[in-house]
Unconditional design. Structure first.
Length: 131
């Protein structure tokens, strides 16, 4: 299973209490936007950590740099998750909805950070062979 597929599965579990039997058109479109935002963030992290992973950098430092660089895409994902969550719970307060969206993204962030560090180590090892 690929990283984006795992992230999407985890995000789906974290963002929804229960799936409706037949998703609305807005729900399907919202899911597509959440999926696209998740992929954009994941791709940014993957690309950025490979740029930052050099023989002299620590994997954790490269991952930290990638997360800083890709922070705007994370914020965009939080916003999309918030809009998606609002479809299923339109009467919840904006503050509660924002907290749910942040918690949903934070739920996958720990795993994503670990995967980003592994990517940094793998990238460094592959390039150390070439030296």
């Amino acid at each position: 299973m690929t990283r984006p597929a795992i992230l999407l599965a985890l995000l789906a579990l974290a963002a929804c209490d229960a799936a409706p039997p037949r998703p609305s058109v807005a729900g399907v479109e919202g899911r597509k936007r959440v999926d696209a935002a998740t992929k954009a963030w994941s791709d940014c992290l993957d690309t950025t950590v490979k740029k930052l992973a050099t023989p002299t950098t620590q994997a954790a430092d490269a991952a930290d740099g990638a997360f800083r660089t890709c922070a705007p895409l994370r914020a965009a994902l939080v916003a999309e998750v918030g809009r998606f969550h609002r479809l299923g719970a339109p009467t919840e307060s904006a503050a509660y909805n924002a907290a749910v969206a942040e918690a949903s993204v934070a739920a996958i962030e720990t795993d994503l950070r670990s995967q980003t560090e592994v990517t940094a180590v793998s990238w460094k090892l592959d390039h150390d062979k070439d030296l």
